[in-house]
Ligand binder design. Structure first.
Ligand code: ZN
Length: 145
């Protein structure tokens, strides 16, 4: 979260790059209310609003992430970095459960981020289930990610 102004042009670039889905929990902006632009490295840490430090993010993930950069891996108890969508590939850190409703962390970063951002909250699972029934989940992947 930040009060730094980001131009409409940069917002659109960031949303397009993310296929208009949250870059953490993958919920589509089209069906899930207000999205925001996340500073991957918080501006409070001295990073600017360059698109290489920005991610398209649902309000839930953004609120949970806030200025955090690391979290506890529930498997090992180690403190690790939170997923960085500009430096890591989503499918290297996460995977969908067999029924496609739950995000499973497949690495320490993935496991810690799933918990820290509450990526499997009930509302997200309910929406995924509904979208799945209409063939709109999981979202198509953007090759740029
Ligand atoms: Zn999200």
């Amino acid at each position: 979260m930040s009060s730094v102004r980001i131009s409409a042009q940069i917002r659109m670039f960031v949303a397009d790059r993310a296929n208009h889905c949250c870059e953490y929990c993958k919920l589509p902006n089209r069906y899930f209310g207000a999205f925001t632009i996340d500073h991957v490295i918080p501006t409070s840490k001295g990073r600017d609003s360059n698109p290489q430090n920005l991610a398209f993010c649902c309000s839930n993930c953004n609120a949970h992430k806030a200025t955090r950069q690391n979290a506890i891996d529930p498997f090992t108890g180690d403190r690790v970095n939170i997923f960085n969508p500009r430096q890591q590939i989503w499918h290297n850190e996460f995977n969908w459960s067999v029924d496609r409703l739950t995000i499973i962390g497949v690495s320490a970063i993935g496991r810690a981020t799933v918990v820290a951002l509450d990526m499997n909250r009930e509302t997200a699972i309910n929406l995924r289930e509904l979208l799945y029934q209409f063939g709109q989940h999981p979202p198509l992947e953007n090759e740029k990610q």
